[in-house]
Design a protein around this ligand. Structure first.
Ligand code: UDP
Length: 235
């Protein structure tokens, strides 16, 4: 049986230096990394965030826009990123299918788990967008949920850092990287891996979460092949 993984990219990961919008060169880089996986017979699902366009909490901050509406705006943002990601994958010659948790059939297939797994078995990359389809959740939770539903062996959270640290490595020189973390440690306040809902769901379903540096070329493939030097694992 082929290996199956789910890779989560934050919306910010798609943005260029200004932190907003979509940088096609970054998309192209990500598509290359995903192609490496597919070429190695790994079945790949992708969840993308929307933080480079709209984040619900931020959009609702001053009370003009209700939180539920702001969250739907955020979910739509993930669809925008999903359309772009699908294009980038196809540009690299891969076969890709975008699915949405909220129906918009002119743009993408509705999310149907059995259909998604069939695509994966055929070597197509499936992008799961619109989060869970519900306000008050995050795309990290959506990634955990989809990874569990499709029976992925691991969820890789692609980030800008090599893993999880005991404190923010961008701020503190003496931050120590934690190679392995338990789900309960990940639920502690000072360690930010994912939100508590996502961690609790992963814990319940014994889904390993790997936090990895996406800017390290070839890292995703190395991790799936068992090299855990440039990442941290929550299990
Ligand atoms: N969102 C939501 N329900 C979900 C997933 C996402 O309401 O199941 C909304 C929420 O407003 C969130 C936004 O979509 O702020 C974008 O997702 P997220 O912040 O997780 O993106 P990332 O930080 O990964 O870019």
């Amino acid at each position: 049986m082929n290996k199956r993984v789910l890779v989560k990219f934050s919306g910010e990961a798609l943005a260029g230096a200004d932190g907003y919008g979509i940088d096609t060169q970054i998309l192209d880089y990500i598509a290359n990394e995903i192609k490496e996986l597919v070429n190695n017979n790994i079945e790949v699902g992708i969840v993308i965030g929307g933080g480079n366009i709209v984040r619900g909490v931020t959009a609702a901050a001053d009370g003009v826009i209700k939180r539920t509406s702001a969250d739907y705006m955020g979910m739509l943002a993930t669809v925008i990123n999903g359309v772009a990601m699908q294009e980038a994958l196809e540009h690299k010659g891969l076969s890709a299918r975008l699915q949405t948790a909220i129906k918009m059939e002119q743009i993408a297939e509705p999310y149907i788990v059995r259909r998604a797994t069939r695509h994966l078995q055929k070597g197509r990359v499936v992008i799961f967008s619109a989060g869970t389809g519900n306000p008050y959740f995050t795309t990290d939770t959506a990634a955990t949920l989809r990874a569990t539903e499709i029976g992925a062996q691991m969820l890789i959270k692609a980030t800008k850092v090599d893993g999880v640290y005991d404190k923010d490595p961008m701020k503190y020189d003496d931050a120590v990287k934690l190679e392995t973390i338990t789900y309960d440690q990940a639920l502690e306040d000072h360690i930010k891996v994912m939100d508590d809902t996502a961690i609790a769901l992963a814990k319940d379903n014994k889904l390993p979460i790997v936090v990895a540096n996406m800017n390290e070329k070839g890292n995703l493939l190395s991790i799936i092949k068992g090299d855990y030097t440039k990442c941290s694992i929550v299990k």
